[in-house]
Design a protein around this ligand. Structure first.
Ligand code: NAD
Length: 483
């Protein structure tokens, strides 16, 4: 199967190739087959993309916001019409099952385009009366924004960054992850087809070095990264050197706290969504599952029972609900963590094995008797490895849930309303859940605190991160001066 894109990059409204860059092999994770080759952006390509974005941004910002919004809403419609093809492509790019991609990727991208398209016209400044004088504010775009993506949700990440950026009148140069370079090109195609001026959304391919050159270019006003904490530190520091705005959507090691009064089936479902969806390759995953002592054994028994419903196989088969790791490298990282968990004395309750074959499959894995100091409880694994930790009291659960450098998400399952809200108030995390887990509708802010990030994506909050306010003082009388 070869699904070679027309060219590696999409700049100024068209596909552009430059084979002088390093070759980036694109592998279908379910079989290990090479399905495409793209080329890393050379300095000439990077310059072309930024020059095009700089020129297009001025034109785009001069449109009325209603007109800009209409383009985004049209793009949302096109994306929804093409959901099947885009989902098949997303599955080839990432290995995630079609059963997931057909409801969670292009659909989520379309939601973002529709939401911010609808919001565009109400992104306005305000009027502040000061006696006879007054101040008005203009909400202005930042300029050219750089988006850098991770590999787990390539269509969603490209769209979640494009939609608010473009709604505010910015242009964007987006660099997808080198592991999943195909889907963002389709987002760029769709925006142009929907009527966006050429250059408003450009895509360039490349490894980290291409991202690094984009971040330090003087034409760039803002950087939005979705990636790991170590990459976040580098990108944030590089952006800081130029006093650039940033959004950092980084990693996590999030807790799910399950009290003994919780609806057990819902809690098991939440833990499944928070550990095994996308084969565990979700940043907000609740990989530390704190279960109250009295229900721990029942919880584990139900989890093992429910895992019998896992159907692993060709992710393009709509009946398959569990796919491979995105790459051989990621499979090996996860397999090493499983070995570490066993060596540290955690009790393997389910899974634990790499599946033999050419694809990068790992069984959904559950550890019990995990303690707070184990590597599997402290470090982000980014794979299907669920750790169950036992607790007695609410105070203990909250303290242990917060005892991490990360702060992306946190969830609580309980029938006690006041306890649920107390827990959420105490969680040191940007995105919290009560009696569910891992939903990310566009209407809700998404992002992390502590080491998990800066800023928020989605919701009205994203507008703050893609625009700036200019204050304008208007005098109605004479100017008073001391001499
Ligand atoms: P990564 O940090 O390895 O790479 C992310 C992106 O940064 C890639 O496009 C990469 O090429 C680029 N990059 C690497 N070095 C760079 C540099 N010095 N300058 C500029 N760009 C550079 O992450 P990954 O392995 O692709 O993705 C997995 C990570 O992403 C996990 O930690 C996960 O938690 C995180 N993630 C976070 C969110 C969120 O919204 N918070 C969502 C998805 C994934």
């Amino acid at each position: 199967m070869i699904i070679q894109p027309t060219a590696s990059h999409f700049i100024d409204g068209k596909y552009v190739e430059d084979t002088a860059g390093d070759a980036i092999p694109v592998i279908y994770p379910a079989t290990g087959e090479l399905i495409a080759t793209v080329y890393s952006a050379t300095p000439a390509i990077i310059d072309l993309a930024l020059a095009s974005g700089t020129r297009a941004q001025k034109e785009w910002a001069s449109w009325t916001a209603t007109d800009r919004g209409r383009v985004l809403r049209r793009a949302a419609d096109i994306m929804r019409d093409r959901n099947h093809d885009l989902s098949v492509l997303e599955t080839y790019d990432t290995g995630k099952p079609y059963q997931e991609t057909s409801v969670a990727d292009a659909t989520s991208g379309a939601d973002a385009l529709e939401y911010f398209g609808g919001l565009a016209a109400s992104i306005t400044g305000e009027h502040i009366q000061l006696g006879e004088d007054f101040v008005y504010t203009r909400r202005e775009p930042l300029g050219v924004c750089v988006g850098i993506g991770a590999w787990n949700y390539p269509t969603q990440i490209a769209s979640w960054k494009a939609a608010p950026a473009l709604a505010c009148g910015n242009a964007m140069v987006f660099k997808p992850s080198e592991t999943t370079p195909l889907c963002a090109l389709k987002v760029a195609e769709i925006l142009i087809e929907a009527g966006a001026p050429a250059g408003v959304y450009n895509v360039v391919q490349g490894y980290g070095a291409v991202g690094a050159s984009l971040v330090t270019d003087p034409r760039v006003a803002k950087v939005s990264l979705t990636g790991s904490v170590p990459t976040g530190r580098k990108v944030y520091a590089a952006a800081a050197a130029g006093i650039r705005n940033v959004t950092m959507e980084l990693g996590g090691k999030s807790p799910i706290v399950i009290f003994d009064d919780a609806d057990l089936e819902n809690a098991v479902s939440g833990a499944i969504l928070g550990n095994f969806y996308s084969s565990g390759q979700v940043c907000s995953n609740g990989t530390r599952v704190f279960v109250q002592k009295g229900i721990k054994d029942t919880f584990l028994a139900r989890m093992v029972e429910r895992l019998k419903g896992v159907k692993m196989g060709d992710p393009q088969d709509p009946d398959v609900n569990f796919g491979p790791m995105v790459s051989e490298r990621q499979r090996d990282i996860v397999a090493d963590y499983i070995k570490k968990g066993i060596a540290e004395g955690a009790r393997l309750v389910a899974g634990g094995s790499v599946v033999k074959g050419d694809g990068y499959f790992i069984e959904p894995t559950v550890f019990a008797d995990v303690t707070d100091d184990m590597a599997i409880a402290r470090e982000e694994i980014f794979g299907p490895v669920l750790s169950v930790l036992e607790f007695d009291t609410e105070e203990e659960a909250l303290a242990r849930a917060n005892d991490t450098e990360y702060g992306l998400a946190a969830g609580v399952f309980t029938a006690d309303l006041t306890r649920a809200h107390r827990m959420v108030a105490g969680f040191e995390a940007g995105t919290c859940y009560i009696n569910t887990y891992n939903l990310a509708p566009v209407e809700a802010p998404f992002g992390g605190s502590k080491q998990s990030g800066v800023g928020r994506e989605n919701s009205k909050a994203a507008i703050e991160h893609y625009s700036q306010i200019k204050g304008v003082y208007v005098a109605m009388g004479d100017v008073e001066a001391p001499f």
